[in-house]
Design a binder for this molecule. Structure first.
Ligand code: C5P
Length: 226
């Protein structure tokens, strides 16, 4: 069986600010995207990596992935969901089409090899499996600066990526639900009626959204050097 990683990097990163989108920011001497792509390229379970970018970022992209062997990037869309669908369409044009796809945010450079392996392994039994971590904080609902309620924490998970799928099923789901503006691919799969399994991911697998996240990612990266 074949397994392809689809990495979406077509966001403009408006929340991050600064001179360039977050996936092209420096993290320990290399772009965030370089770390992310590298984690999949060197994984034994992954046969190929396809990246989705904004065409206007072409120069940033070329600099970021220098030295890595990748196919031509796909041009993304206005929303994450659209970027994923366009990436899936490119993979559907491959011969042969992949059996499995692992969809991953470019902005999560600290995904572990064990998380990738766990998500892929689960796909032997279910059509969809996502990395997630159990919620450990107590959750409050806030209204006007005051606590208006406590949310039952039991059974709640924070969804991460990679989110893995049988290729044909997630392609069909994305085609059916184009334009729904869902924020992850599991939501697309859920809407299409697929069973989605939860796989415990690694807590360091944070999504770089703002400067503090980037600083935290740099700290975690250094901490993980033996
Ligand atoms: O904006 P958010 O942090 O949810 O984006 C998650 C991932 O989706 C990022 O890696 C971002 O580059 C990607 N994305 C995309 N196309 C968009 C919006 C976001 O590929 N239109």
């Amino acid at each position: 069986t074949s397994c392809v990683a689809l990495i979406v990097a077509a966001g403009s990163g408006e929340r991050f600010g600064g001179d360039r989108p977050k996936q092209y920011q420096d993290l320990g001497g290399r772009a965030v995207l370089h770390h992310t792509v590298g984690a999949f390229l060197r994984h034994a379970y992954v046969d190929a990596v396809q990246v989705v970018i904004q065409p206007g970022h072409r120069e940033l992209y070329d600099a970021a992935i220098a030295g890595l062997d990748l196919p031509e990037p796909v041009a993304g869309g206005a929303t994450r969901q659209e970027s994923v669908r366009l990436g899936l369409e490119r993979l559907a044009a491959r011969d042969p089409v992949p059996d499995f796809v692992l969809i991953h945010d470019a902005a999560r450079p600290l995904v572990s090899g064990a998380t990738v392996q766990a998500v892929r392994d689960r796909l032997d039994e279910v059509p969809a499996a996502i990395a997630a971590v159990p919620v450990t904080d107590t959750l409050k609902r806030g209204t006007g600066g005051l606590v208006s309620g406590t949310v039952e924490r039991a059974g709640l998970w924070r969804a991460q990526t990679p989110q893995g799928f049988r290729f044909g099923e997630i392609l069909r789901a994305h085609r059916e639900l184009a334009g729904a503006e869902l924020t992850d691919d599991a939501a697309v799969a859920e809407r299409a009626g697929l069973d989605v399994a939860l796989v415990e991911g690694n807590v360091e697998n944070l999504k770089v959204t703002n400067r503090d996240d980037l600083a935290q990612a740099a700290m975690l990266m250094n901490a993980s050097i033996p």
